[in-house]
Design a protein around this ligand. Structure first.
Ligand code: PAF
Length: 281
């Protein structure tokens, strides 16, 4: 497996593959890879001739008070996981390779990016759309893989690809959970033992919401109230949001009468965790 730090190096390799008629899959990540990322890479390897994994902590998607500096990093372990999974290339540029000092062009999105995480992280999706567009231009993948844990991100990327006529398929992959239900996340490493236990309120709330819907409940407000009640019983938990939205448009919605995303962001101590479930009916 090849490790590339430069854009020119990636472009040259991809050009060779394309000349050979090989399909290319891209898994964009910020590194510190876990089984959630592994499931994306596994699927990409199954569906493409060559797979590129990008490992880049994108500074422009972090707000000034967020965890850019402390975000966990381990490129060696990431490369081992990628090689083991069958990826052909890891692209891990430095920030100045991606952003010239006078970088001035951003991909900005309205509506889909404004609810849920967009409210408390106002510049986040502008940073995500910009870096993902750059990665798509560099790698020119046939398919790109994103986890449903960041469900709003997946909806935002799908909308960007549609709106800007980008020529690739976006593949969403299911959330991977720890045995006790906690959604896998690189940020779980921030949790103390006590916080790790407390963090289970997120998956418990997800389970409750899902069961209510499977039992026939259609009233979004009742579902959200039951989920909030579970989270509020945990003293270490502070709700950022628990919302129901239409799955494709991310507009706030109060009824289960079509595809809906029920999503939450909850602080456990200082760590902000997200979780969700999607009803595709
Ligand atoms: O989901 C992530 O890890 C990041 O937001 C992404 C898509 C790699 C863009 O930096």
């Amino acid at each position: 497996m090849q490790l590339e730090k430069t854009i020119a190096g990636v472009k040259a390799q991809v050009q060779i593959w394309k000349k050979e008629g090989l399909s290319v899959g891209l898994v964009p990540t910020m590194g510190y890879l876990h089984e959630g990322h592994r499931s994306l890479i596994d699927r990409a390897v199954r569906e493409n001739d060559r797979v590129v994994v990008s490992v880049f902590i994108n500074p422009i998607q972090f707000g000034p008070t967020e965890d850019l500096e402390s975000y966990p990093r381990d490129l060696e372990a990431d490369c081992r996981l990628c090689e083991d999974a069958g990826a052909a290339l890891v692209f891990s540029p430095e920030a100045d390779e991606m952003y010239a000092p006078d970088f001035s062009t951003y991909v900005d999105m309205h509506r889909v990016s404004e609810e849920l995480c967009g409210k408390s992280r106002p510049i986040h999706f502008r940073g995500v759309c910009t870096v993902v567009s750059k990665l798509f231009n560099i790698v020119t993948p046939d398919r790109a893989y994103f986890g449903e844990k960041d469900a709003q991100q997946l909806a935002v990327i799908r909308r960007m690809v549609r709106d800007l006529n980008m020529n690739l398929q976006i593949v969403g992959c299911p959330i991977v959970r720890e045995a006790d239900g906690l959604a896998k996340s690189s940020r779980n490493t921030y949790l103390s033992a006590e916080e790790r236990k407390a963090a289970l309120v997120l998956s418990r709330a997800v389970q409750t919401g899902k069961s209510m819907i499977l039992d026939g409940e259609k009233d979004g407000d009742k579902i959200l109230a039951a989920m909030k009640e579970i989270i509020q019983q945990e003293p270490l938990a502070k709700i950022d949001y628990v919302e129901m939205v239409k799955w494709d448009t991310i507009e706030v919605h109060h009824k289960v009468d079509g595809p809906v995303l029920t999503a939450m962001a909850v602080y456990i101590g200082k760590t902000r965790l997200i979780d969700n479930f999607i009803i595709e009916e």
